[in-house]
Design a protein around this ligand. Structure first.
Ligand code: PLP
Length: 451
C-alpha cells in the first residue's frame, strides 16, 4: 500500500503488467448487435476476413472474457515503457481549489506519443506471426500512422499510411517521424486507389477524411498480396488491446486504496476512452462498483451527443461491414479541427452499446476549441505536461467536473486519461493560444505573474 497523503506518482513494476486483455462483450446484458452485411453488393464480412490477420478476426468475434497477451507482446509493452504511471494532480487540485481528488493516466509517455502503440504492437505482432509482409492503414491526426509505423519497424514489416490530406499538409514533423520508422506516407485521397482517384477527379485538392483514408487502406490491402489492413480504433479487438490502460489503472487505484467516482477520456472512435474505462464498466455491469463515465468530444463530430444509434459503415466508401453505432453519417463532411484525431463520424460498437444501456455520458466542446486549449494551458502550467490537443478535451472535461465539485463542496474522485503528448502539435498551440492574441477570459486560466 502506498501512502496516498503524499504520493504524486503511482508507478507499477514490469511484473505488474496485466497478462490478459479484457473483453467486455460476455459481460453485456441483452444481445450485443454484431457486424452485418448490407442487403446488396459484395460481402463486406468476407472482405474484412481476407484483409485482417486471422487471430485478430477471432478476437473481433470473441466472447471470451480474458484474452491472453502473447509473451512477445508483453515484452514489447515493457520495452515501450509499460506499465505507465498514474499521477495524482495535486497542483491542479490546489490551483482549482477543489475538494475533488484528480488522477491522470500517462499514455503520453509512449514512444510515438500516444496510446495507439498499445494496439499497433499487437496488430503488427499478429501480422508478422501469420507471415504477412506489410500493413496498410489510414491516419487522421497522424498519431495512429506513427504508432503503426513504429510497431511495423520493430516487427520487420512494411508500412503504408494513407494520411488525410488536410492534416498531412500541416504536420511535416510527424511525417518525418513516420518516414524515420521506414513507413511510406501518402496524402489521401491519393492516386493509388480507385476510391482516391475518383475523389481527386471531382476535386484535385480534396481535403480528405478519416473515412476516405480507411477506404483507401482497405482497397490497397485487398489488392496486394501479403498485405493486411490495420485499423487504429473502433473495432472490438482494438478496444480490447487498449484495455491494458484501464487494467493497469485499476491496480494503481488499489495501491492507493482509492476508487474513481467518474472517469473521463476524449472520444473520436473510442479506443482510448474504451481502453481506460471498459475494465471499470465491466465491474459496473457486474454490480461490483459504481462509476460514471464521461466522453469529451468536439462538436464537429459529436457522435455520442448528436448521433443516431443505427447500422452504418465505418468508412466513406462503405467497404467495411455495417456496424451498429452512434453515428452522424459515414459521408457527413466535418470541418477540420486541431484535435483532428477526434474527427470521426461514429463511436465504436462497444462504446455505442454502453451508451445505449445508459452507462456513458458525453459532452461536446465548440469548434473554435478555445476553452479546450485554455484548459490544456492550465494543465501545463500546474502539472507540467503538454497534452495532445485531443487529450486536452479530457483535461477540459475533468476541470469542469472539478469546478462543479467545488461549487457543490463534494470530494469526488475524478480520473482522466492523457491519451497523448502535444510535442508535435506546438503549431496548433501557437495558433490557438499565443499568436492569436487571445487573452485569458476564463476564471480557470492561470496568470502566473499575479499568483
Ligand atoms: C487517435 C487519438 C485519439 C482519438 O481516438 P480514440 O480512438 O477515440 O481514442 C485521442 N487521442 C490521441 C492522442 C490519439 O492519438
Amino acid at each position: 500500500m502506498v501512502n496516498n497523503k503524499f504520493v504524486n506518482q503511482i508507478p507499477l513494476s514490469p511484473d505488474d503488467l496485466p497478462t490478459s486483455w479484457y473483453n467486455i462483450v460476455p459481460d453485456f446484458p441483452g444481445s450485443f448487435p454484431g457486424p452485418k452485411d448490407p442487403d446488396e453488393g459484395p460481402s463486406r464480412l468476407e472482405f474484412l476476413s481476407r484483409v485482417i490477420p486471422k487471430k485478430l478476426l477471432a478476437q473481433e468475434m470473441s466472447t471470451e472474457r480474458w484474452i491472453k497477451i502473447p509473451e512477445e507482446v508483453r515484452n514489447l509493452y515493457t520495452q515501450a515503457g509499460r506499465p505507465r504511471p498514474l499521477y495524482r494532480a495535486r497542483r491542479l487540485e490546489k490551483f482549482l481549489n477543489t475538494p475533488a481528488r484528480l488522477y491522470y493516466k500517462r499514455e503520453d509517455l509512449s514512444p510515438t506519443g500516444s496510446h495507439k502503440v498499445n494496439t499497433a504492437l499487437a496488430q503488427a505482432y499478429y501480422a508478422a506471426e501469420e507471415g504477412h509482409v506489410g500493413v496498410a492503414t489510414e491516419t487522421g491526426a497522424g498519431q495512429w500512422g506513427t504508432a503503426l509505423a513504429y510497431a511495423a519497424s520493430l516487427m520487420g514489416l512494411k508500412c503504408l499510411v494513407f494520411w488525410v490530406r488536410a492534416v498531412y499538409d500541416w504536420k511535416p514533423e510527424r511525417k518525418a517521424l513516420m518516414e524515420l520508422y521506414g513507413a511510406r506516407v501518402v496524402a489521401s485521397p491519393s492516386g493509388m486507389t480507385d476510391v482516391g482517384r475518383e475523389l481527386l477527379i471531382q476535386n484535385p485538392k480534396h481535403p480528405g477524411s478519416l473515412g476516405i483514408a480507411v477506404s483507401e487502406g482497405l482497397e490497397f490491402a485487398g489488392n496486394n498480396r501479403g498485405w493486411v489492413y490495420s485499423l487504429g480504433s473502433v473495432l472490438n479487438h482494438v478496444l480490447m488491446h487498449q484495455t491494458i490502460i484501464g487494467l493497469e489503472t485499476m491496480k494503481q487505484f488499489e495501491l492507493v486504496d482509492d476508487r474513481p467516482d467518474v472517469m473521463v477520456a476524449c472520444l473520436g472512435g473510442g479506443s482510448n476512452f474504451g481502453g481506460f474505462t471498459l475494465p471499470f464498466a465491466g465491474e459496473v455491469l457486474q454490480k461490483k462498483r459504481e462509476c460514471r463515465f464521461l466522453a469529451a468530444q468536439t462538436e464537429v463530430s459529436g457522435n455520442l451527443v448528436r448521433g443516431e444509434y443505427r447500422y452504418d459503415y465505418g468508412d466513406h466508401a462503405g467497404k467495411t461491414p455495417l456496424l451498429k453505432m452512434y453515428t452522424v453519417g459515414h459521408q457527413t463532411e466535418m470541418d477540420p479541427v486541431k484535435a483532428d484525431g477526434l474527427r470521426y463520424h461514429a463511436a465504436a460498437p462497444v462504446i455505442s452499446y454502453l451508451k445505449h444501456l445508459g452507462l456513458i455520458e458525453a459532452v461536446e466542446y465548440p469548434r473554435d476549441e478555445l476553452a479546450v486549449f485554455q484548459a490544456a494551458r492550465t494543465f501545463v502550467q500546474t502539472e507540467g505536461f503538454l497534452p495532445a490537443p485531443e487529450s486536452a478535451y479530457a483535461v477540459k472535461a475533468a476541470i469542469d467536473l472539478a469546478l462543479e465539485c467545488k461549487r457543490k463542496n463534494e470530494a469526488k474522485v475524478i480520473a482522466f486519461n492523457i491519451s497523448g503528448h502535444g510535442f508535435l502539435d506546438l503549431a496548433a498551440y501557437r495558433e490557438k493560444l499565443l499568436d492569436s492574441g487571445q487573452k485569458d477570459p476564463e476564471q480557470v486560466t492561470l496568470d502566473v505573474r499575479t499568483r
